[in-house]
Design a protein around this ligand. Structure first.
Ligand code: NGQ
Ligand code: ZN
Length: 452
C-alpha cells in the first residue's frame, strides 16, 4: 500500500484540504479528505488527476517542427500530409520504439498518464507485412512499458486513398490492410499488449476517406464493447468530398450509417452543422479534440460552446505531437474559442466559475470514456494516475483552489508539474521522468539518421 498526502487535491466534488490517497497494485483504494499527515505518508502540496491524451500518432513526434516550410503551392493540411507520409516511410521498428518512448516520457512529464495510440504505421517500408504483423504494435507496447504510461492501443484499419473506395497511393503503403489482414492484425495486437499492466485495446477505422462502408460494417464487430475511434470532419475539403460522394457530411453520415454510441470517439469533428452538433452530443460518443494539432494544420475551430450546451462530451488528444502538454491543449482549446467568439472565459459552468476547472473535469471524463476507463480521477477504484504541482512556481504563488489551476493552465504550463504517478508508479519527480536522458539520447540518434 502506498500512502500519499496532499495539502490540496482536486476531487470530483471540488477542492479538498488535507487529502490522503492510498493505492495498491496501481489502483486507488481510498481517498480521505480532512486528515492530518503522519510519518507513514509521502507528503506533497497539490494533486490533480492525470489526463489521457486520447489521440496520438506517436511516430509523428519524430518530425515535430520539420513541416513548417512553405512549398511552391499553398501550404495546407494536404501538403503537410505528403511530408508526414515521406517521414513515415523512413522509419524502422527501432525508430518507432525510440520515438514513442521519448514521446511517452514527455507526455508523463507534462501531465498525461494514459495514451490512446491511434496506430496505423503497420507494415515494412515496402508495404509488406512484418513476420509478426503487429511488430509495430509491439514497439508501441514496449514504449508504454518502458515509460510507464497507460496504453489504449487503437490499431487502425486503412484501405483507400479517398472516398468511394479509391485505390490507396504509394505513400500510404505501410498502412493498408484488407479486412482479413486487419482481423489477423487485431489478434496479434491483442497479444502485443496482453502482459502490459493496465493496457487495453479498441479499433480505429481511420476515416471515411480510408474505409468503405462495407469494410466499416465488417470491422465494427471486432470491437465488441471496446472503443471505436475514427477521424471525422477535420478539413473543409474533406466535408466537401464526403458530400460529393454520399450527399451527406462526415458526422451526419456516421450518425446515420454507423452504430455511434458511448464506445465511439469522433476525432476532431471540427466542421459540423447545428444539427450535427446536437445529434453527436445526444449519441453519447466523445468528441476527441486535438486543439494544438488542429491549429497547426489549419483545420478550423470546434463548436465547443454549442456542443457543451447540448451536453456533449469531449476529451483531448495530442495527435501529431508537435507540442505536448495537458496545459497546452486545454489552453489552446480555450484560446481558439476566445478568438472565434471574440470574448474571454468561455464555457462557464457556474456563475463566477473560472476558466480552468470545468474544462479539466470534462476532459478527464471524456478521455476516460473514450479509452474505456470505468473510473477516473481521484476516486477509489480508479487507476492511481496523479499529477502534483509545484506550488512554489511563481505563477501559482499565493493562489488556492481553481486559481491554482488557472495559474497552471494559462501561465505556468508544464513547468509547474512536480511529480507524476501512472498506475501507481511514481515516474516523474521534480518534473523529470527517470528515463528522460536515455530516451532523449536514443530518440536523437534515430532522428538524426532519419533527417540526414
Ligand atoms: C493521420 N492526421 O492519420 O495522421 C492524419 C493524417 C489523414 C490528421 N488527420 C492522415 N491530423 O487524415 O489522411
Ligand atoms: Zn489523427
Amino acid at each position: 500500500m502506498t500512502r500519499l498526502h496532499f495539502a490540496f487535491a482536486l476531487l470530483p466534488s471540488g477542492w479538498a484540504n488535507d487529502v490522503r490517497v492510498e493505492f495498491t497494485d496501481g489502483i486507488i483504494a481510498s481517498v480521505t479528505a480532512g486528515v492530518a499527515s503522519t510519518d507513514a505518508d509521502e507528503r506533497h502540496q497539490l494533486a490533480v488527476p492525470g489526463l489521457a491524451s486520447l489521440h496520438s500518432h506517436a511516430f509523428q513526434r519524430g518530425m515535430a517542427g520539420l513541416a513548417e516550410l512553405r512549398g511552391d503551392t499553398t501550404d495546407t493540411f494536404w501538403t503537410w500530409r505528403e511530408t508526414m507520409y515521406r517521414f513515415a516511410l523512413t522509419m524502422t521498428p527501432d525508430d518507432v520504439t525510440a520515438v514513442a518512448t521519448l514521446l511517452y516520457v514527455e507526455m508523463l512529464e507534462r501531465g498525461f498518464t494514459r495514451v490512446g495510440e491511434f496506430h496505423y504505421l503497420h507494415h515494412d517500408r515496402d508495404g509488406s507485412p512484418y513476420a509478426n504483423p503487429a511488430e509495430m504494435a509491439v514497439r508501441i507496447a514496449e514504449a508504454s512499458d518502458a515509460s510507464g504510461i497507460g496504453l489504449t492501443l487503437l490499431p487502425s484499419f486503412y484501405a483507400h486513398g479517398t472516398f468511394g473506395g479509391a485505390a490507396p497511393h504509394a505513400g500510404q503503403r505501410r498502412f493498408i490492410c484488407s479486412v482479413d489482414q486487419f482481423t489477423t492484425l487485431m489478434a496479434a495486437s491483442r497479444d502485443a499488449i496482453r502482459k502490459l499492466p493496465g493496457a487495453n485495446i479498441g479499433i480505429a477505422p481511420h476515416s471515411l476517406r480510408a474505409v468503405a462502408p462495407d469494410e466499416l460494417a465488417a470491422i465494427i464487430p471486432l470491437a465488441g464493447a471496446d472503443p471505436i475511434h475514427i477521424h471525422a470532419a477535420e478539413q473543409v475539403r474533406e466535408v466537401g468530398d464526403c458530400l460529393a460522394w454520399s450527399g451527406q457530411r462526415p458526422v451526419e453520415w456516421l450518425l446515420e450509417h454507423a452504430p455511434v454510441d458511448q464506445r465511439w470517439c469522433l476525432i476532431h469533428a471540427t466542421h459540423m452543422t447545428e444539427q450535427e452538433v446536437t445529434a453527436l452530443a445526444g449519441s453519447g460518443a466523445v468528441a476527441g479534440l486535438c486543439p494544438i494539432t488542429e491549429a497547426s494544420l489549419g483545420d478550423g475551430i470546434f463548436s465547443a460552446r454549442e456542443f457543451l450546451a447540448a451536453g456533449g462530451r469531449f476529451g483531448v488528444g495530442t495527435d501529431s505531437n508537435v507540442l505536448v502538454g495537458v496545459a497546452d491543449e486545454l489552453r489552446q482549446l480555450e484560446y481558439g474559442q476566445r478568438l472565434k467568439h471574440r470574448e474571454r472565459v468561455i464555457e462557464q459552468r457556474t456563475a463566477g466559475g473560472r476558466a480552468g476547472t470545468p474544462r479539466e473535469h470534462v476532459a478527464l471524463a471524456g478521455g476516460a470514456q473514450a479509452l474505456a476507463q470505468a473510473k477516473s480521477g481521484l476516486v477509489p477504484g480508479a487507476r492511481a494516475d496523479i499529477v502534483s504541482l509545484d506550488t512554489t512556481h511563481p505563477s501559482l504563488a499565493g493562489r488556492s483552489g481553481d486559481a491554482v489551476l488557472d495559474g497552471w493552465l494559462f501561465a505556468a504550463g508544464s513547468d509547474a508539474i512536480d511529480c507524476v504517478w501512472a498506475g501507481g508508479d511514481k515516474l516523474v519527480a521534480g518534473g523529470r521522468h527517470r528515463l528522460r536522458d536515455s530516451a532523449r539520447e536514443r530518440f536523437n540518434a534515430s532522428v538524426r539518421r532519419l533527417v540526414a
